[in-house]
Write a protein that binds this ligand. Structure first.
Ligand code: SF4
Length: 396
């Protein structure tokens, strides 16, 4: 059944009246309300949500599914903050278990990719006093001078709030200065759950929701694109997730600067919330689908394959997701330390392309701003060509 027929069936069948109304709104391209967002979480079963989310995904993107060639730099895993869900950071007092890179160390990582067709460096990590405004200004300048075509997607409002405050700069002036030094865009981390009822319990000492949103707003004013995340599946209620997405939807209405929404699954290995069980894959898929339906003004919904596994990333492509992130080259520890299935996350371009093609979608390598780098729809890798020559045994 194609997406339109499946949706038609939902509207005409004995669907719950609230869910039927939401389906009608989706077809009419009308925005759903906060209350309807909560209804989706409470009553929407997986198939219903998948039909709606896939309909929207195909309306916006067809089968096109994006990935990029990227690597990460995590300048430190020491952190002045104490987020209860964090498996990655070592607090200042456990410094001996952590690492802190200097600018040269970061440049060494950049230089490792000199002969590689990567398009993006993604930088994020802990927060330490030494890695201040001038530290990052120096790195961004050196990185751009060395490789001007490499897109620098770096840090989150958690780091920026801390370093701008220390430097006594406004959010706008701080972002403007770093943009002039070479910063291109901002990833979506540090958002967690915005509502203070949850935020104060899981991330009490870092930037507030208002500060997070304001730093993104200032970046958007400067013409920079940014992403947004939501850490779900721990102590939050469904309405907290909708409240979170509503705040993002409102800022997006104002600025239009967000590119991608990335739901992040809470993983419970080695952190202060390890007693909380992880949610199921079914809930992961429901959550991707609801994000696609609710965030009508976000173009892209991304599933980090390194965090949720390759299989779930493939499944998510039928539940609203149209981006599965990049090659990574085993340069990030954030997901593996939290207990993700992928302990050394790296995929070649060919593996990513096959992962997408194997579920009938159309793979496109993008740059950070979703410009097409290579369309892999009709590309056949050499290895695949050679497979065609295997002779089949003939039984007479
Ligand atoms: S989540 Fe980020 S800010 Fe919080 S403790 Fe971990 S590294 Fe620090």
């Amino acid at each position: 059944m194609n997406a339109n027929k499946a949706l038609d069936f939902l509207i005409k069948s004995e669907t719950d009246p609230d869910l039927k109304k939401i389906a009608e709104k989706v077809v009419a391209e009308e925005r759903i309300t906060v209350e309807e967002g909560i209804i989706l979480y409470q009553k929407g079963e997986l198939n219903y949500l998948g039909v709606l989310a896939n309909y929207i995904r195909e309306r916006k993107h067809g089968d096109r599914t994006y990935f990029n060639r990227n690597f990460h730099i995590e300048p430190t895993n020491v952190c002045v903050y104490d987020c209860k869900f964090c498996s990655y950071s070592r607090m200042i007092k456990q410094r001996e278990e952590g690492w802190e890179m200097d600018v040269e160390g970061m440049m060494d990582v950049v230089r490792r990719y000199d002969d590689d067709a990567v398009t993006e460096v993604h930088i994020t990590g802990g927060v330490v006093p030494k890695q201040n405004l001038e530290f990052y200004a120096d790195f961004f300048k050196k990185c751009k001078a060395h490789r001007p075509d490499l897109h620098i997607k770096a840090l989150t409002p958690v780091e920026y709030y801390y370093i701008f405050k220390k430097a006594k700069l406004s959010h706008f002036d701080g972002m403007k200065y770093l943009k002039e030094c070479g910063l291109d865009s901002m990833p979506g981390g540090g958002a967690e759950i915005f509502h203070p009822e949850v935020r104060e319990k899981i991330a009490h000492d870092k930037c507030t929701a208002e500060q997070w949103l304001d730093i993104h707003e200032q970046a958007h004013k400067l013409g920079m694109n940014t992403n947004a995340t939501m850490l779900y599946g721990h102590i939050e209620a469904y309405w907290h997730r909708v409240d979170h997405m509503e705040r993002l939807r409102q800022l997006q209405d104002k600025t239009g600067g967000f590119q991608t929404f990335i739901p992040l699954k809470f993983r419970n290995k080695d952190n202060q919330m390890s007693n909380i069980p992880e949610v199921s894959v079914i809930e992961d898929l429901r959550n991707y689908a609801i994000a696609r339906i609710y965030l009508d003004n976000f173009d892209h919904i991304k599933a980090y394959w390194a965090m949720i596994s390759r299989d779930t990333a493939q499944l998510s492509l039928a539940y609203g997701v149209n981006d599965i992130d990049g090659t990574l080259d085993d340069t990030t520890k954030i997901y593996s330390m939290a207990g993700a299935e992928e302990q050394t996350p790296a995929m070649s371009t060919q593996q990513l392309v096959e992962l997408i093609k194997n579920v009938g979608r159309h793979p496109i390598e993008r740059d950070t701003l979703y410009n097409v780098v290579t369309d892999y729809k009709d590309v056949v890798f050499d290895e695949d060509k050679s497979k065609r020559y295997y002779a089949l045994p003939v039984v007479n």
